[in-house]
Design a protein around this ligand. Structure first.
Ligand code: DAK
Length: 262
């Protein structure tokens, strides 16, 4: 895969079979998400979505910082029309629509757009020193990429309102308690834990995993009955996959299954 992306704010490591490790690399600005970082993230996630050699993705900012938000310097002089014409929702959508499991491995700050980026993942692994927050209010803004929506759904009204109205910094252990984080590890274990989990996900039947992701995320937008119907249809669909036969036969024959994604 071509990892040379212009200014190269991203590193993509494909050395682990079936797993992609995507790392934001803009240390001078605490991995602040300028337009180019977001464009590169969208490009990489689109490519990985179509890459049959990748079954699971780990997204990280490395060992020091996940991302300190959108690039405030890039937004300093922008007006409404310019912000609208940037259409950055297209970049975020490319990540949100990735059909494969995405694990965020968070160390250090995940603030504003950084916290929102982590919430685009399916699973969030945070180091003990990680800090989450939506501090946009402190610079006269508000969340713009899911902070009033995904955060609200993840942690509920009262935790979300506290975060988005006060801009408070929330340490990893507290983020775990309110449901914003899936697992807390020692800081040095964050990326290895996420990679290990990704390797285990990569061995799961990929079509079933993708159906789980699609149906589970859809449940946020549809009434219960519609969601249950969709779940049932997807469940039935899996009965025409070879992987379902392999999984059940392997169980009966007391052996490990090997899934083909068919
Ligand atoms: N933008 C640009 N540069 C940043 C930055 C940011 N968000 N965060 C840090 N930096 C830069 C600093 O300017 C500094 O650069 P130099 O001065 O050395 O050139 C360098 O990174 C180191 O930062 P500090 O010196 O401040 O380091 P500290 O350890 O003292 O503090 C900090 C770390 C993360 C607490 C602090 O830097 C900080 O508060 N940063 C800003 C955090 C923040 O407010 N984040 C929210 C930004 S607003 C949208 C969707 C989403 C969004 C917008 C639009 N659309 C769909 C349209 C999202 C908006 C946001 O995220």
């Amino acid at each position: 895969m071509n990892t040379n992306l212009g200014n190269n704010f991203l590193e993509v490591d494909l050395s682990i079979p079936k797993v992609a490790l995507v790392q934001i690399n803009r240390p001078d600005a605490m991995n602040a998400l300028n337009g180019e970082v977001r464009r590169q993230l969208a490009q990489v996630f689109t490519e990985l979505s179509f890459n049959d050699d990748v079954n699971a993705i780990v997204l990280t900012g490395g060992t020091k910082v996940f991302a300190a938000g959108a690039d405030l310097k890039e937004m300093a002089t922008a007006g409404s029309t310019e912000m609208l014409l940037r259409h950055t929702e297209r970049y975020w959508n490319a990540i949100a629509q990735c059909p494969k499991p995405v694990i965020a491995a968070v160390n250090g700050y995940a603030l504003g757009g950084g916290c929102e980026l982590a919430m685009h993942a399916d699973i969030i692994i945070a180091g003990k020193g990680a800090i989450f927050g939506q501090p946009e209010i402190k610079v006269g803004l508000m969340p713009g990429a899911g902070g009033t929506q995904r955060l609200f759904r993840a942690v509920g009204k009262f935790h979300a309102m506290r975060m988005i109205m006060t801009g408070v910094m929330v340490p990893a252990e507290e983020a775990y308690l309110i449901g914003l984080v899936s697992q807390v590890t020692e800081d040095e274990d964050t990326i290895p834990t996420a990679l290990k989990m990704a390797q285990s996900l990569a061995k799961m039947p990929p079509i079933a995993l993708q159906q789980i992701k699609e149906v589970a995320l859809m449940s946020e937008d549809v009434p219960l009955n519609a969601g249950l119907t969709l779940e049932r249809k997807s469940f039935q669909l899996l009965f025409s996959t070879e992987d379902k036969n392999e999984g059940i036969n392997a169980f009966i024959e007391k052996r490990k299954p090997t899934y083909q994604g068919k």
